[in-house]
Structures are given as C-alpha cells and as structure tokens.
Design a protein around this ligand. Structure first.
Ligand code: MSP
Length: 636
C-alpha cells in the first residue's frame, strides 16, 4: 500500500469569483487529502491560481487595476475563502510566482531546442473565455465557442506550435497500457476517440497581448496560458529549481499522484499535459480523476450565466460543514450533480439534522442521564449487538474503499449505512425502558457503551468532510484529535469513556418554506454596486421630439450653444456643449430628441430646461435627428 499521496486541483482563473460549482474540486481534493493523512500517508495537497492571459488582462482593465494588482487581490480573497471553508492545502501556487515563470520559460526553450516546438503562423478562431483555439469544424453556430457558446475571435498571427501529432501513437499506447490512467472509463473512451480522430499541432504562443510569460528567445511572444498553467503541478514541487526534493519525493518516487479536474478541461490534462511530459522525458506519474459539473435547473453553474451560488452565502446561513457535506454527497465522479435550495435543505434536514445531529444529541443526553456521563465496554450482550458491530465493520471497510478510489459520494453513503443502523439500535434496545428496570442495569451499560463507541467510529468516518462536527463529537467524548486515524479503525477499539460532555445541537432543523423565501428575497435584491438600472428607473426619463427654432452662442462660454426648442405647443431653452461641432445657424429647423424632465439648471449663468441627445465617440459628435415624427412625439 502506498505511503505517499500528491493530489492537485486545477488552478482557478483569477478572472472569476469562486462559486460553489468550482469550489467543488477544492472541497473534494481536501476530503481526499484529509482521508490520506488519516491513513498515515505523507500527503501533499496543491491548489492555486491561474493568473496570466488575455482574459485576466481584460478583467483587470475592466476593474481599473493593473493585472498584477488585480491578481494579487483575487489570490488573497481566494485564500481567505479556502481558509473559511476548512481547506487544508499544503501549497498555494500562483502562476505569477517568479520561480514558476522562470521554469516555464526554460521549459519552453528546451522544447524549442528539441524541435518539439516550432515557429509557424496560426490562423483560426480563439475563445478568450476558455483561452482555447478551435478549428472551423469544431466551432458552433456563427463561429461560437463549442465549449462555452461565446463568440470566438478570428486571429491570424505568427505562433509557436507544439508537435502533438508526433506523440499521438505513443500517448495512445500509454493510455492502453494504463487502464486506470483516466477515471471514469467514459472519459477515458472520449480521450481515445479524440486522439484517434487525429491530433493537430497545438498553437502555444500569442503575440496580441502582453500579460504572460515571455518566450526568452523571442520576447514578442507570450507563452500560451495552458502550457504555463499545466506546469504548475511540477513547479510547485520545485521541478527545475535548485531545491527539487519535493519533486523527487512526490513525483519521481511516488505511485499516488492524482490530478482532479472537471470534464471541461479533460483534453488539456489527458492529451497536452502527458505529451509535454513525454517531450521533456519526464515520467507520467499521475492519474486523472474527472468529475462532472454542478448544474442548476438552467444549466452549468457559472458566474457568466448568472446562476452562480456563492460559498459565503451558504456558509453564512448553514455553516461550513453543511456546504462541504452537500458538495461531497451530491457529485458522483462520472456524472453531473444538481444544485437547488430545495435539495440542499432536504438533505440537510434528513441526513445532517435528523440522522446525524439527532443521534449525537440523543446518545450524549442518555449517557449523561442514565450513566452519569461515562461508558465502559460491558460483558452483557443484547440480541442486537452482533448486527450493529457487523454493520460498523462493513461500513468502515466500504467507506475506506470508496475514499481510496475517490468515490466520495459512495463513501458518505457507506458511512450513513452505519449512522442509520445506530439510530435503529436505539429503537430496538429502548434505553428509556431499560433505565426503569433495575435488573437491566448491565444491559443498559452495554447499550450506552455501544452507542458512544458508535459515535466515535462515525466521528472518524466523517472527519474528512464534516470537519467541525467531527471535532465537536470527539471533543465531547474527550478523545484527543491526534488519536484519530483510519488505520486499524474498528468498533470496540476504544474501551472506556470516563467522561462524556454535553454538546450543543450540531445541525438545527430547517423549515423549507422559510429557506426558500430567504433565497428568493436575496435573489430579488439588486446587487449594490452595478451600472445596471431597472426598467422602472429607465422609464422615469421623459424623452420627447423637439424642433430647434433658434440657436446662438453662449455669451460667456465658447463650447456652449443656447437654443430655443419647440416641444408640442411649448418652447423650452436648452444649453448644450455642441458649439465645437455645429454652427448655430445650421441647427434651425432640425428635429431632435430632448430629455424634458431634468431639473432646470443654470449653465454659466443661463437657464437650461432640458438636454438634447447626441451620439459621440469623443472625437465626433452628432445630433440624433428625427425624420418624420412631429415635435412633441414621445421617444420610448
Ligand atoms: N485555469 C484553468 C485550469 C488550469 S489547470 C492547469 C480553468 N480554470 S477555471 O477556473 O475555469 O475552472 C477550474 C475548475 O472548476 C475546472 O475543473 C472546472 O471544471 C471546475 N468548474 C467550474 N464550474 C463548475 C461547475 N459548475 N461544477 C463543477 N466544476 C466546475 O479551467
């Protein structure tokens, strides 16, 4: 059995905010890493941020920040979120780390020197959002991106290319010889089909933007973000640097390297990444675990689709454990999972509040009430003990098996077999009846011990995902957290509980209607900082057609004209900053659009009662003229 584990999440684009969909991988890897640590394996858990590229440059511009200031801000916000979510990573890599940039630039030169990268011209479509090139046949309708549906840009520029074709057969052979290289099998078959359809060499540099790692020997070129990003898995371990101990330990001499990725980035990890490694003579050590997406009722959850649910909104209302539980429980490795508030509340009530929370409260209350807060393994047996212990043993074995194979959802289900069995054991043994019968004292002791020992076993089994609840249970049982391990976990291992402390409810029951009303209200509340306005706000603006009947220069301001505008049977005076573009005499008789319900205001001493609408791109300005509508007509 392996003694080490290296597990990685994809590195998240710094352009988007983490929503619960993409927080899934980080929670899942954290659960897996915690499990491996509990198996006494030396574990290295890596996550981080993908900080270069056009998309991030554009997002920074929009935010009015330099790209560096922008990614610094996003990285610190993301780290804070992971801390709140109990994500216990060993290293947080950023692709703007100097060491990473240096190694990636060197690797590129090495690939060039070996002729695995060559200079050519790229002509085709590029999706900035996915940072991906597409051939004509891959594009969707109207040249949209086949992955995200957004418009692609036609680019034609000098580019470097990575030879993929050269390695296609070798990669196919590798996949065939390693049946568990890509899990689940459906994803593996997809990759095989993609390679068999023929690989095109991959464009790996851009010249049309700046924010990225420059090609050392030709700094006009910026290295394609995916090469930069994929290498994080090695630079984080010190590959290519002076101190590469971790690379030796967790890559070269390790059988358990796991890249966990969503299905949308399968191709990059299953094709481009191993080919780069082959070209560099670096052994392929990793297995790919590919998960589906968290969907909402209107498709993949993502910020750009406007259906994103953010972790802090859930955590503030339900706590970290509840969110971690839902994510661990709802997404199977192969398929997509659904998120809805209804489902969240149902799961919370049924599994956390009822099955688990209630069980813990009842057992701890009973052991305090009937046995003075202590429990010790007894010598009497009830007719139900064998079955309880048998389910405990099976549940431990199966939970561990599922965790080992990254079947996190199944691991939870296996543990819940036992949680439910313990609840049933309470009904079967009815301790409140035993407590009334003096002769049943020893039986009651046994039952109490079995229940407390069950709580201990459960607390260990849930510890990778219900981190806080597990600690609270163990604290109440007065068990040192250092003693907690999956190795040799067995029912009956801990024989005496001298003091069981009282405990607050772990999960309070929720009322579905209240929760739905809460989120419906939250969704209706407009975002505080936005440049969008509601239709009602817009409709307040009264725009009418007006005819300019006279116009002259403002006596005290060169840029301004003062015009009399007839609107229906009324004439108003308007001061406008259009003197640079129009001779006042040419305006007479023009029909224009006028905002008529602005509060009157003096402009350089002359009253203005409205605003004439113009179109401008800052260099030119043009009145928006009306051809046929009469003065006084409504614009809407
Ligand atoms: N930067 C690249 C990864 C480079 S790894 C060398 C990237 N970043 S991402 O931020 O767009 O996505 C990161 C991960 O989040 C991907 O694995 C993606 O599948 C996952 N998810 C994004 N939305 C998701 C859901 N709605 N559901 C589940 N996972 C989703 O791609």
């Amino acid at each position: 059995m392996c003694k080490k584990c290296y597990v990685t999440t994809p590195i998240y684009y710094a352009s988007g905010k983490i929503q619960i969909g993409n927080s899934y991988t980080t929670v899942a890897c954290d659960v897996f890493a915690r499990f491996n640590r509990q198996m006494n394996r030396k574990t290295f858990y890596l996550t981080g941020m993908d900080e270069h590229g056009q998309k991030i440059e554009e997002a920074a511009n929009k935010a009015g920040l330099t790209p560096k200031a922008f990614v610094d801000k996003v990285a610190s916000e993301t780290k804070a979120l992971w801390q709140t979510m109990n994500i216990n990573y060993d290293y947080f890599i950023r692709t703007t780390d100097k060491n990473h940039e240096e190694v990636v630039a060197n690797v590129f030169e090495k690939l060039l020197a070996n002729d695995d990268i060559y200079l050519g011209t790229y002509s085709g479509n590029y999706c900035v959002s996915c940072e991906t090139f597409f051939t004509k046949t891959q594009l969707g309708e109207n040249d949209t991106c086949p992955d995200c549906g957004k418009p692609t840009k036609l680019v034609s520029e000098e580019s470097y290319f990575l030879r993929l074709k050269k390695y296609a057969d070798k990669l196919l052979a590798y996949i065939n010889e390693h049946p568990d290289f890509i899990v689940p099998e459906t994803r593996r078959n997809e990759v095989i089909a993609f390679i068999e359809a023929g690989l095109e060499d991959l464009c790996v540099s851009r010249t049309s933007f700046d924010w990225g790692i420059k090609v050392k020997s030709n700094p006009r070129h910026v290295i394609y973000v995916w090469i930069d990003a994929l290498f994080n898995y090695l630079t984080a371990l010190g590959y290519g640097s002076k101190n590469d101990d971790k690379y030796q330990e967790f890559w070269l001499n390790n059988d358990a390297v796991y890249h966990v990725v969503g299905k949308d980035i399968l191709r990059f990890h299953a094709i481009y990444w191993p080919i780069m490694l082959m070209a560099l003579d670096i052994p392929i050590r990793f297995k790919l675990y590919v998960h589906g997406w968290i969907l909402t009722k209107d498709g993949k959850m993502s910020k750009s689709r406007g259906n994103a649910v953010y972790p802090m909104d859930m955590i503030n209302r339900y706590g970290v454990d509840a969110l971690r539980y839902y994510l661990t429980k709802e997404l199977p490795l192969g398929n997509d999972g659904l998120f809805s508030y209804e489902r969240f509340v149902e799961r919370y009530n049924a599994e956390l509040a009822n099955d688990l929370g209630n069980l813990v409260s009842r057992v701890i209350a009973m052991v305090n009430k009937y046995c003075g807060g202590s429990a010790t393994m007894g010598f009497v047996r009830t007719p139900y003990d064998d079955s309880l212990i048998e389910v405990a043993t099976t549940s431990i074995k199966n939970t561990i098996f599922c965790f080992e194979n990254f079947r996190l959802q199944d691991a939870v289900a296996e543990t819940w077999q036992f949680v439910r069995r313990v609840n049933k054991y309470i009904d079967e043994t009815a301790p409140w009846v035993l407590a009334k019968d003096e002769k049943a004292y020893n039986t009651l002791q046994t039952v109490m011990y079995n229940l407390v020992e069950s709580l201990r076993v459960i607390a260990v089994l849930i510890s990778p995902y219900l981190v806080d609840a597990s600690k609270k249970i163990l604290k109440a049982l007065n068990i040192a957290l250092d003693d907690v391990s999956f190795v040799n976990l067995a029912f009956g291992e801990h024989q005496s509980y001298p003091k069981v402390d009282k405990i607050d409810n772990l999960f309070n029951r929720l009322i579905l209607e209240d929760e739905l009303a809460y989120f419906a209200k939250k969704e209706e509340t407009p975002l505080p900082k936005t440049d969008m306005i509601s239709i009602d706000e817009f409709m307040k603006t009264k725009i009418l057609v007006g005819k300019i009947i006279s116009s002259k220069k403002h006596p005290d301001a060169d840029k301004l004209l003062v015009s009399q505008v007839e609107i229906g049977n009324k004439v108003i005076q308007v001061v406008s900053g259009i003197a640079k573009y129009y001779d006042p005499a040419t305006l007479i008789g023009k029909k224009v659009m006028v905002v008529t319900n602005l509060l009157p205001q003096k402009v350089r001493g002359i009253l203005s009662e409205g605003m004439i609408l113009c179109a401008t791109d800052n260099d030119t300005l043009e009145l928006i003229e009306i051809k046929d509508a009469k003065s006084g007509a409504v614009v809407k």
